[in-house]
Design a protein around this ligand. Structure first.
Ligand SMILES: C[S@@+](CC[C@H](N)C(=O)[O-])C[C@H]1O[C@@H](n2cnc3c(N)ncnc32)[C@H](O)[C@@H]1O
Length: 311
């Protein structure tokens, strides 16, 4: 089954602005400090020194006010809990969790170019590995398996045939699996923005990738027949200064992603890199005018316990 995308997809068509704003407000209000206290996680004051993946991490952490959704807090406090982060990037997520849960053991895998420059600590290790070849771990190894933002690296078919099955395989019976993704289409989007995201979706589809993987992940997980109920929580992230500091972070992050794609996407769109950059500028203007946002999703599920797996 190849990636599918249609410009008529209801998820692609622009949202009414009132819904967009309400969705964004709901997200932001949950993160905002209460009258008497501070949020558990705040945003760094200055993002200009941060790399894109770090910006993204802090943005997610602030809006969700957590680093994960699965109910594993108690498990991670116990000694010998094992956590795997697949496609860990620079390891920002892992380092933070390793500090918060010093008794647990953390493993991150990624390709060489992305692995952190920082030294691993006592309870953190990193492994260079191409996950398209599967995961280099025995069955039933981890209490918590986490994977965030790999839509654009893996074809839909590989997600279905390899990745999701591998995440479930290496989780212990009763262990948790969490996948975090965002949708490429934007909501409450202006015409240039739609042109851009449509091109990005089609570009991904031309490689067999799916910029709306969130629609497929539940069925891929369910098809393993090894997980219990699949839960999904969503959050909208507003793009642009109209949404304050968070929106400013978010558009900077998205603009960096768009810039990373310049070479391949401009040639796919059959436009020059200069025209592409102009489109990027229009996109930045439009998100302010249309009050655009995009959606992130956290899927989490528990691998069936041993008695159910044997049946
Ligand atoms: C957008 S980054 C996300 C990083 C991290 N999960 C986060 O949320 O900050 C995607 C990561 O997936 C890694 N990746 C992509 N394809 C991979 C592969 N085939 N094997 C291992 N890592 C891969 C990239 O190197 C990159 O670090």
């Amino acid at each position: 089954m190849g990636a599918t995308f249609s410009v008529n997809d209801p998820h692609y068509v622009s949202y009414p602005r009132e819904i967009a704003e309400q969705e964004y407000r709901n997200s932001e209000e949950r993160a905002r400090p209460s009258k008497n206290g501070l949020p558990k996680y705040d945003m760094p004051d200055n993002i200009s020194d941060l790399e894109r993946l770090e910006t993204q991490h802090y943005l997610m952490r602030y809006l969700w006010q957590s680093n994960f959704e699965a109910p594993v807090d108690e498990v991670l406090k116990s000694s010998d809990a094992k956590v795997l982060d697949v496609g860990c990037g620079h390891g920002t997520w892992i380092f933070e969790l390793a500090q918060e849960y010093p008794n647990a053991q953390f493993t991150g895998i990624d390709t060489e170019s992305f692995l952190p420059k920082r030294e691993a600590s006592d309870n953190v290790n990193f492994l260079e590995h191409d996950l398209l070849h599967g995961l280099p771990f025995s069955d039933n190894t981890f209490d918590f398996v986490h994977m965030r933002f790999l839509t654009q690296y893996i074809s839909e078919k590989t997600w279905e045939d390899v990745i999701v099955k591998e995440l479930v395989r290496v989780a212990k019976p009763g262990g948790w699996i969490e996948i975090v993704e965002f949708d490429y289409p934007h909501y409450s989007a202006g015409p240039k923005t739609r042109k851009f995201t449509k091109a990005a979706m089609e570009f991904l589809a031309s490689k067999g990738f799916n910029g709306l993987l969130s629609l497929k992940l539940p069925s891929f997980l369910k098809a393993t027949d090894q997980v219990d109920e699949i839960r999904k929580h969503d959050k909208s992230i507003a793009l642009g200064k109209w949404a304050g500091k968070v929106g400013e972070f978010a558009i900077q992050d998205m603009a960096l992603l768009v810039t990373e794609l310049r070479g391949e996407l401009s040639s796919f769109m059959n436009i020059s890199e200069a025209e592409y950059d102009q489109l990027l500028e229009s996109y930045k203007e439009e998100v302010e005018k249309y009050r655009t946002f995009f959606k992130t999703h956290r899927f989490f599920t528990q691998k069936k316990d041993a008695s159910k797996l044997e049946k």
